[in-house]
Design a protein around this ligand. Structure first.
Ligand code: URA
Length: 185
């Protein structure tokens, strides 16, 4: 399957109830294939309105920090653990992440990244990681197996966290720099 066909399937998906409240599904965007694939949590209001990932406040913050780390947004593929906006921006439920996982698996296989950068708890959960607190897995490289494919995963905060808590910004930037190093490896 090609990325356009996958996007079309995601845009008309009815596998979970999140489809009922969406204006647009947000499949993801960027390079295919790409060395780096970034996974966030779920679309917010702006993303739902436009059908594009990470274009609201946390998206602008993320894009700025990626640039500071020497990563150009146009060089990566960027998506979310779930492709439709949860009501009132609540966290996606595990059952919604699971319903959406086949799309993530297909994206991983098409993008074929050297590294997957997981932004926060929902992204790490979507990649099958188990942990009780993000601090256990943040800043570490993990070898994962997703849909029969081995992938190298690096976990950092969701950008909304350092956006809200300036003390976490240096760590976030260091993590993004480390991700760039790992890609260049
Ligand atoms: N937060 C996310 O996790 N993803 C988006 O696309 C926007 C905000």
């Amino acid at each position: 399957m090609e990325i356009n066909e996958l996007n079309a399937r995601i845009s008309t998906c009815t596998l979970c109830d999140l489809c009922k409240g969406r204006k647009n599904a947000v499949p993801g965007e960027g390079r295919v294939p790409a060395d780096l694939m970034i996974i966030g949590e779920a679309p917010g209001k702006f993303e739902d309105a436009a059908g594009r990932p990470f274009i609201g406040m946390s998206g602008k913050f993320l894009t700025k920090y990626l640039e500071m780390a020497g990563i150009r947004r146009e060089d990566v593929f960027i998506t979310n653990a779930v492709k439709c906006r949860p009501p009132n921006n609540r966290k996606p439920k595990m059952e919604e992440i699971e319903a959406c996982r086949p799309y993530l698996v297909s994206q991983l296989s098409l993008v074929n990244p050297k590294l997957v950068l997981a932004l926060g708890v929902s992204a790490a959960s979507a990649l099958g990681m188990s942990f009780s607190h993000l601090s256990e897995i943040r800043g570490k490289v993990t070898d994962g197996m997703i849909g029969g494919k081995s992938v190298k995963i690096y976990v950092t905060f969701h950008p909304s966290f350092p956006m809200r808590f300036p003390k976490a910004r240096d760590t976030f930037l260091d993590d993004l720099k480390k991700a760039k190093e790992l890609v260049q490896g």
